[in-house]
Design a protein around this ligand. Sequence first.
Ligand SMILES: C[S@@+](CC[C@H](N)C(=O)[O-])C[C@H]1O[C@@H](n2cnc3c(N)ncnc32)[C@H](O)[C@@H]1O
Length: 272
Amino acid sequence: MASTEDSVNAVNRAFSKQSLNYDSIDQENQVLQDMRQQVYHHVSDFLKVESRILELNAGTGIDALHYVTQGHNVFATDLSDGMISQIEKKIIKHHFQDRFICQQLSYDKLDQLKGQKFDYVFSNFGGLNCIDDLSKVTMNLPAILNTGAFITWVIMPPISLWELLWVFKGYGKKAFRRLYKNGVTAHLEGEYFKTYYHSLAQIKNAFGYKFKFIKSEGLCALSPPPANGDFPVRNPRVYQSLRILDSFVRSRFPFNRWADHIIVTFQLSHNH
Ligand SMILES: C[S@@+](CC[C@H](N)C(=O)[O-])C[C@H]1O[C@@H](n2cnc3c(N)ncnc32)[C@H](O)[C@@H]1O
């Protein structure tokens, strides 16, 4: 069995390799672009002007750059060497050294940020699916947050209707992989590491009584997930119709928890 250290090293290697062409893959995938816009729309309901944002698993810093451009102050963190060096390039290229900084840090080591205070904690596109237990992250949040701070995380849940459709193509194992209790081995860039799917109930549990649950919405509940990135090109009208349907159902049960990803927002209670 692989040790935790082996697994962390495999995650670092996989995402470091992927960091080299991550931005072009992102830009070329219409589904990913639409998902990011939906995430930004969700966050805009809670993000106050000139906030200090802590970003977890920031990748190459696409979202960090978006929020810095909007006037916020972003502290971007990621585990991977390659991702961090892509963020550093963006900081230098866009001359945002005063409001955009980054540090290589695993999100289960947030105790290392004690003494700092943030207004918002953001994590996008399933970075938090690389940890088995989200309370290893949430346990360190109260100490580094200002009162009333918001947290928005985008996480892959155990049920995605699009993935369940694989069963009709004869891929039962793939269709139900998210339901495996002890995680699933992911294969990325020739590296193998464990990933874990978190239900809304498990996420709420990890936040516990110090946080108030605010909202959850599905991303690609009925419309195709990013793995079907060419769907919008092949079936533009169907894609648009499914996205419109999504916009009606994504905040309602069960589509606010059954989707490719879910966007969840919590707030640190005032009397924590
Ligand atoms: C799918 S990418 C998402 C990147 C970015 N949030 C985005 O929206 O493009 C997942 C990221 O999670 C990072 N990651 C995985 N495990 C991590 C950990 N324990 N601590 C911090 N980052 C981690 C990876 O290095 C990778 O950059």
